[in-house]
Ligand binder design. Structure first.
Ligand code: SAM
Length: 304
């Protein structure tokens, strides 16, 4: 799986050092507040329950199925990898530049006897993985925090097999408009009043201080952050030899059935993404739940 065996091992995590300035900046940003972190009460059962009750993660797990090699790029504290690893023998690799985040994920896996996850610490730009190795690559909320979103996407997609599936989640230029407003309010009024403007914060248990801090820091003070339109990601898919499969929010703006608005539709069928739908879908993100939650959108593609 690894191209280069020149790593050190820390508590079972394989560690490659990065010399890139942007990556180092991002590593020090997450060092004290690894993202997204766990709630105080989390264990294998609660992670399974939360994952199963969340339409995105449960539909993803069902879509993945069994006997797959999965890479999660920018896994952070590895909730998703840990959830996906429970109850099957999929071979999962949780990869991140930040050792302190991976340590939290790996400790959780050890404590809860989740045994099918490899933890690798390294930089996307150093291409640690063999070409065409993984069946599925998941990369949610990561590439817009690197030095070059689409160069990073090209790097990670090299290790995806032909016909393999890639899931990319990025901040949207339109969807993030309300976060820009909240950022401004945070600068003006500080943390105390943020609950009034931020629906995600209101949902986190007030006792989970680390999780609250991690969210505020990630959303409002990140030193490396960009946002991208559907058109930019479509063009990058084309250049990287990836066929667009579907998106969430869906590009079917004029056919907005209830099922279409539901994230599970992302995995159900291929979709076109016409210009007019792209424009309207993105504008609507300003006003809907995506705008509430930071303006993240997801594309699913298949390697040609
Ligand atoms: C916002 S967090 C997302 C975590 C997780 N994917 C989630 O959705 O909760 C972004 C993660 O990307 C990682 N990251 C940023 N640049 C990276 C790079 N060049 N190589 C590997 N990981 C990187 C950060 O360390 C951080 O854990």
């Amino acid at each position: 799986m690894l191209k280069n065996k020149n790593y050190s091992s820390i508590e079972g995590i394989k560690l490659f050092l990065s010399s890139d300035d942007t990556t180092k900046n991002v590593i020090s940003f997450y060092k004290d507040d690894p993202f997204p972190n766990y709630e105080l009460t989390d264990n294998k059962l609660t992670i399974l329950e939360k994952g199963d009750n969340n339409l995105f993660t449960s539909s993803l797990k069902e879509f993945i199925g069994y006997n797959k090699k999965i890479l999660e790029v920018g896994a952070g504290t590895c909730q998703l990898s840990n959830y996906l690893g429970i109850g099957n023998r999929n071979n999962i690799t949780a990869f991140d530049a930040n050792l302190s985040s991976l340590k939290i994920g790996s400790d959780f896996a050890k404590k809860n006897e989740i045994k099918n996850i490899n933890f690798i610490c390294g930089d996307i730009f150093n291409e640690h993985f063999e070409d065409e190795y993984f069946d599925i690559i998941l990369c949610n909320g990561v590439l817009h925090h690197t030095k070059d979103t689409f160069a990073a996407m090209e790097k990670i997609s090299k290790s995806l097999k032909k016909d393999g599936i890639i899931l990319v989640g990025l901040y949207n230029k339109f969807g993030r408009i309300r976060t820009f407003f909240r950022k401004f309010m945070y600068k003006l009024l500080g943390k105390k009043y943020l609950m009034l403007f931020d629906p995600v914060l209101r949902k986190i248990n007030k006792k989970s201080v680390k999780k609250i801090d991690a969210w505020i820091k990630d959303q409002y003070t990140h030193p490396v952050e960009r946002s991208h339109t559907y058109d930019e990601l479509l063009e990058a898919f084309e250049k990287t030899n990836i066929k667009f499969f579907n998106s969430f929010p869906s590009c079917d703006f004029f056919n907005e059935t209830e099922d279409n608005q539901n994230i599970s539709s992302l995995f159900k069928r291929g979709n076109e993404c016409k210009k007019i739908d792209r424009i309207l879908t993105q504008i609507s993100m300003i006003f809907n739940r995506q705008g509430d939650e930071g303006g993240l959108y997801i594309f699913l593609g298949q390697k040609k």
